[in-house]
Every structure is written in structure tokens, then in C-alpha cells.
Design a binder for this molecule. Structure first.
Ligand code: GDP
Ligand code: MG
Length: 437
């Protein structure tokens, strides 16, 4: 989706003057791209009409950079489609806060129990996980394993008890043990059925959760949206967690769910590991879809894993585009703690999946890059433009690589800088807009 939209909007951006026809044509392509990404058709129709209406307006057509104005409008409307700002969990005034997870089988509820528990534990809470899936073989064991991985206790009563009773007993247990967050993992089915809905309704009535989170699999696209609609009708959910976003290149579900159910997306699952959970930020998701990259998420991720001071420095350097090969080297060191490189690079502005494939970064490549940078002199690291032919030869020799590798790295570095520059300009424009609103 990102690539398609970028192409379409890229065409507009370059234009000095826009006609109504330009906008209409672009919107036709935007519409197709969204439909292809499996965004709900009602949502697409509304979206395109809104953007068209705003774009053909007087201010845009008369402005100096109409193309960029349209891109801005698309970004704004994408953001508001997904909710204006980050939605948080409703914590109870009197703990424990009870969070009930529900969703179809395989959506990622049990995994989310661990992820959410882990996240809240890091924030100083004392969570308890509750095993209410008594149907799926080994479901209880699975939750116990997940709990064990993040060192969070799991309450279970085997599979002979009724889930309503288990939930009730878990609440008592949690209160007694000083657990301030109780996360209830429920059973799913392959499809929505009355039996499941009744059971979930009964659990809800018994424990009166502060937060009912529906877990849906992003890779199921439109199905995720209709599942969300059904669950919301029956249970009046408080929010949605979109899992497996790491495997969903299209992003259609993220765009439709809020508009169709009226309920906010609260978290996104970005992988199978228990650290792979992120708060959902509509504005960042919109930028990501538009291909501007997700610098803020990147920085947040960095802050979680890198020491704070260094992260601040990085942030400023990225903004001012004066980062050098030394910073780059520093980054490489720190990145090793941040998880798979491809996931990190996806968040860098301007990177799309095609570019990523071209970059082809694997860990072996990293070792090479490190060696090359280490073979540069201080001056060369600060100002790569002085690295001429003979210096390249020396660096290649010193690092045990070859001229091609050195050239490639220099080129990548230059391009990264250029991208940062582009982003920085965009960011300024966005800040300005923020002030005008
Ligand atoms: P449940 O049936 O709803 O409890 O689903 P599970 O928690 O058992 O998850 C089903 C499968 O999805 C497991 O293999 C998980 O590892 C996987 N999974 C869950 N969340 C994510 C995610 O965010 N990304 C990816 N790639 N896999 C996930
Ligand atoms: Mg489960």
C-alpha cells in the first residue's frame, strides 16, 4: 500500500499547479490502492470523498505547493480515519484493573496476555494472567509457558471448571495476592458462534472488566473487520489489538477497523516474541502507510534498549543531518540490542520494502560495515566527502573487504543522509501545520 500511495502522490507532489482533473485522477488511484490493500469499501469511499472535497478547495489549488498540500491532506485524513491520537488502557480507580482478551482462535490472545503483562510489568504493575481457555488442548500449558517467559504468575483451575467460575476465582485470588492488573485469556473458535459469544458474555457479566480488548489478526484483512464488527455488537468492546502486523504488507485492517466499529486500536503486535508489542499511534501509522517511515517509533524503540542520552543525541543528529560514520558505528553497536535490523530499517523514513531488499542487510554485512568504518581515519569518518580513490583502496585493504563494498557503503551513507534531509523538511512542514491548527 505504501508504495502505491507513494507513487501516486509522488506524481502530484512534483507538480507546480494542480487542476481539478489532476486531483480526481490521483484520487482514483488512491482509491484503487486502498481497495487493493483490502480496506473496507465504505471506508474508502468516504475517505476519497473527503480528501477530494478538501483538495479541490480554493486554498489548495491556489497555494504554491498544491501537490504537497494534497499529500498533507491525505496524511491527515488517514490519521483521523484511525483515530486522532493514541488510546490508552482504562485503568481502574480501585485496582485491580481487569482486562479481558477475546477473539477468534489463533488471533494471538494467549501471546498478547504475555506481551501485555510484560509491558505493564515494566511499568511497575503486578499482573496476573488467567487461563480461561479450557477447550483448546494444551491452552493452559501455553499460557503457563508464556507467563514463565516473562516471570508473571498464571492462575488456572484445569479444564474441568467452567470459565466463568475460573474468572471469578481468579479475581479473588488476584485481590488477595496484591495483583493490580488481571489479564483474562479466553477461548476462541475458528468462526464466530453463539456458544462462544454467550460464554464471553457470561464472563463479562461476572467479572465486569475495565477493558475488553478484541484481538484480531491483521493478515486476515477484511475478515478482521467483520469479526471486529460482530464482537463489538455482542460485547461492546473497548478497543482492538491488531496482531501480526509484521506479516501484513497491506495495512487494510488497520485502516478500516476504527471507521467500521468506532472503537480505537490500542496496540499492534509486531512479531511472535513477547517484546513485540507497540502502542498504536494513528499518526505514525498514517505516515508509515504513506512511506514517510516511522521515526518516532524507531526512537522509542531505541530508547527502550539504548541508554537515554545516546538516544537523544541520535535524535538530534538525525534531525540536523550531521551524523557521521562514528555515529553510524555507535549505532551499529547499539542496534545489536534492538532486534532484527530489517524491522528497524523499515521505520526509517523513505525506506520501502523494495529498497530494503536492495540493501540486503544481514548480520554478516554488518560485520563488514563495521570493519570498513573502523578502517577510516577520524577525518574520513567526520567528512566522508574527502574519501577519494586512493583512500578507498586503503580502506578496502585495511578492512579486508574490497573497493565495491566500500563504495556501496559510502553510497548508502550518502543516501541515508539525503533521506534524513527530506524527512527533516517534511517534519518542519508538519510542525508548522500543527501550529496553524
Ligand atoms: P490465540 O489462539 O488467540 O490464543 O493465539 P496464540 O496466542 O496462540 O497465537 C497464535 C499464533 O500466532 C502463535 O504461533 C503466535 O506465535 C502467533 N502470533 C501472535 N501474535 C503475533 C504477532 O504479532 N506477530 C506474529 N508474526 N505472530 C504472532
Ligand atoms: Mg489461546
Amino acid at each position: 500500500l505504501a508504495e502505491k500511495l507513494q507513487n501516486t502522490l509522488g506524481k502530484l507532489k512534483g507538480k507546480g499547479k494542480l487542476t481539478e482533473k489532476d486531483v480526481k485522477e490521483a484520487m482514483r488511484e488512491v482509491k484503487l490502492a486502498l481497495l487493493e490493500a483490502d480496506v473496507n469499501f465504505r471506508v474508502v469511499k468516504n475517505f476519497v470523498n473527503k480528501v477530494k472535497e478538501r483538495s479541490i478547495g480554493h486554498e489548495v489549488m491556489e497555494s504554491l505547493t498544491p501537490g504537497q498540500q494534497v499529500v498533507k491532506i491525505v496524511n491527515e485524513e488517514l490519521t483521523s480515519l484511525m483515530g486522532k491520537e493514541e488510546s490508552k488502557i482504562n485503568f481502574a480507580d480501585n485496582p485491580p484493573t481487569v482486562i479481558m482478551l477475546c477473539g477468534l482462535q489463533g488471533a494471538g490472545k494467549t501471546t498478547l496476555s504475555g506481551k501485555l503483562g510484560n509491558l505493564l510489568k515494566k511499568k511497575g504493575k503486578k499482573p496476573l494472567l488467567v487461563a480461561c481457555d479450557i477447550y483448546r488442548p494444551a491452552a493452559i500449558k501455553q499460557l503457563q509457558v508464556v507467563g514463565g517467559q516473562v516471570d508473571i504468575p498464571v492462575f488456572s483451575m484445569g479444564d474441568k471448571q467452567n470459565p466463568v467460575n475460573i474468572a471469578k476465582a481468579a479475581l479473588e485470588h488476584g485481590k488477595k495476592n496484591g495483583n493490580d492488573v488481571i489479564i483474562v485469556d479466553t477461548a476462541g473458535r475458528l468462526h464466530i458462534d453463539e456458544g462462544l459469544m454467550d460464554e464471553l458474555g457470561n464472563i463479562k457479566n461476572e467479572i465486569n472488566p475495565n477493558e475488553i480488548l478484541l484481538v484480531v489478526d491483521a493478515m486476515t484483512g477484511q475478515d478482521a473487520v467483520s469479526v471486529a464488527e460482530s464482537f463489538n455488537e455482542k460485547l461492546d468492546i473497548d478497543g482492538v489489538v491488531l496482531t501480526k502486523l509484521d506479516g501484513d504488507a497491506r495495512g487494510g485492517a488497520a485502516l478500516s477497523i476504527r471507521a467500521v466499529t468506532g472503537k480505537p486500536l490500542k496496540f499492534v503486535g509486531m512479531g511472535e516474541k513477547l517484546e513485540d508489542l507497540e502502542p498504536f499511534h494513528p499518526d505514525r501509522m498514517a505516515s508509515r502507510i504513506l512511506g514517510m517511515g516511522d521515526v518516532l517509533s524507531l526512537i522509542e524503540k531505541a530508547q527502550a534498549n539504548i541508554d537515554q542520552k545516546k538516544a537523544m543525541e541520535l535524535q538530534n543528529k538525525l534531525r540536523n543531518q550531521d551524523f557521521t560514520f562514528d555515529d553510524f558505528l555507535d549505532q551499529l553497536e547499539q542496534m545489536k540490542n534492538m532486534g532484527p535490523l530489517s524491522q528497524i530499517l523499515e521505520m526509517v523514513p523513505g525506506m520501502n520494502s523494495k529498497q530494503l531488499k536492495n540493501l540486503n542487510v544481514d548480520d554478516k554485512e554488518l560485520v563488514k560495515i563495521e570493519a570498513i568504518i573502523k578502517s577510516m581515519t577520524k577525518n574520513e569518518r567526520n567528512d566522508p566527502s574527502i574519501i577519494d580513490g586512493s583512500r578507498r583502496k586503503r580502506i578496502a585493504k585495511g578492512s579486508g573487504t574490497n573497493i565495491q563494498s566500500v563504495n556501496r557503503l559510502l553510497k548508502q551513507f550518502k543516501e541515508t543522509r539525503k533521506m534524513m534531509k527530506q524527512f527533516s523538511g517534511m517534519e518542519k512542514a508538519m510542525k508548522k501545520r500543527g501550529r496553524m491548527n
